[in-house]
Design a binder for this molecule. Structure first.
Ligand code: NAD
Length: 380
């Protein structure tokens, strides 16, 4: 099959779904690889690097969409890209089917098969294809780098001839994939890190990374077992206790990284205006939930704002794209693993096995039908 990656069209998007390395491995599955000219440049891969890896460089997006039997992308297609879809073609990209009903219907009507990378079930066998986790890991790391870039002091404590420097105190709220990556990065830079999550089962992971788990003595702390490992909204009583805990932390911490999300809902507001006001000047908040409305009252999505009391609030929503080389390498690997599972005989023939939990879960249109939402996966 011809597998092709077009240049991403979304403003500021620097990632690419095919790298020279992934292309070589995809070719070993018996496929041919195509790339639109310039598609990898913003991620650090020029046309020459693709040619050296045996990839055919195609001169326009139209030609790419026409020639490729499987189109691989990062972002969901634009309206104009979806117009180029055709019967029997397969698209593999982030797609967010619940938020993109019209796009889903258009893809169905065109007769294309769509595999949504955001719908890959989070079961052990599918971890190698879990692009949400690989991107969240990068976002967590980059959040700490952005915090450092906006923070006027060291993370690590130092005793120097010119004086003693205390370590920075970092609070991470939400210890899912991004939060744990932020904890790991901040501790490795020498900060004193504390973290909170509504799921107490993450305490061990937090502590194993050298951070302190902020324990909330409350009966209702969630174990996540009823929600597939995800958090559910907190009760008003739990929320009040949690806010009181954060209020105590606010004057003490230098950097707050918030990552708290509840699937299918706006981000819970957890770092309120009075807490920002209680922080020291020069403190930094990085809100990784900005795209879902933000965990902090003062977050402006896609902006960096400085409050009257000198606190920097970073609300960027493009952290993975800010590390486009790394993100493209990991995302392209996730896609390559998906293609490996779709090519069981390594003979260049795609077998779309709807009995396979992972392929079924991620497929949102197939053979003229909308196949979203999927049934729950049978295996763990
Ligand atoms: P997420 O991005 O949905 O949420 C981030 C974190 O915010 C979660 O840890 C959540 O508990 C926390 N949170 C929500 N409300 C909060 C509040 N009020 N206060 C503090 N924290 C709050 O999470 P994620 O990174 O996608 O991970 C969610 C779950 O999925 C975890 O259990 C994770 O281990 C699991 N997971 C499994 C796999 C796999 O098995 N392949 C892969 C990735 C994640």
């Amino acid at each position: 099959m011809k597998i092709g990656a077009p240049k991403e069209l979304a403003t500021g998007e620097a990632r690419v779904a095919l790298t020279p390395d992934s292309a070589q491995l995809i070719q070993k599955l018996g496929h041919e690889c195509l790339i639109e000219t310039g598609a990898g440049v913003a991620a650090g891969f020029d046309d020459e690097a693709y040619r050296d890896a045996g990839v055919t460089v195609v001169e326009s997006a139209e030609a790419l969409w026409r020639e490729a039997e499987v189109v691989i992308k990062v972002r969901e297609p634009s309206e104009a890209e979806a117009d180029l879809l055709r019967k029997g073609q397969t698209l593999i990209s982030f797609f967010w089917p619940a938020q993109n009903e019209a796009l889903l219907e258009k893809s169905r009507a065109k007769g294309a098969t769509v595999i949504a990378m955001d719908m890959v079930p989070r079961i052990s066998r599918a971890q190698k294809m879990d692009a949400l986790s690989s991107m969240a890991n990068i976002a967590g790391y980059r959040a700490v780098i952005e915090a450092g870039n906006n923070f006027g002091r060291f993370f690590t404590g130092q005793v120097t001839a010119a004086g003693k420097v205390p370590p920075a105190k970092v609070l991470v709220i939400g210890a899912g994939v991004a939060g744990l990556a932020a904890i790991g990065t901040a501790t490795s830079l020498g900060a004193v890190v504390r973290a909170f999550d509504v799921r107490p089962e993450v305490a061990e992971q937090i502590e194993s990374m050298g951070a302190e788990f902020l324990f909330l003595d409350f009966e209702e702390a969630q174990d996540g077992s009823g929600t597939g490992g995800y958090a559910a909204p907190s009760s008003p009583e739990f929320r009040e206790k949690q806010l009181a805990l954060f209020r105590e932390q606010a004057p003490e911490v230098d950097i707050v990284i918030t990552t708290a999300l509840i699937p299918g809902r706006p981000a819970p507001k957890l770092w309120l205006e009075d807490m920002v006001k209680a922080m020291k000047p020069g403190s930094v908040i990085v809100d990784l939930a900005a795209e879902k409305g933000g965990n902090c009252d003062l977050t402006v999505p896609n902006e960096r704002v400085v409050t009257d009391n000198g606190v920097v609030v970073v609300g960027y929503t493009d952290f993975p794209s800010r590390m486009a080389t790394q993100s493209s390498l990991l995302y392209a690997t996730n896609i390559r693993h998906m293609l490996t599972d779709l090519t069981p005989e390594k003979d260049g023939a795609i077998v779309h096995d709807m009995e396979d939990d992972v392929i079924r879960g991620a497929t949102v249109t197939h053979q003229g039908e909308i196949t979203f939402p999927p049934p729950p996966p049978k295996v763990k």
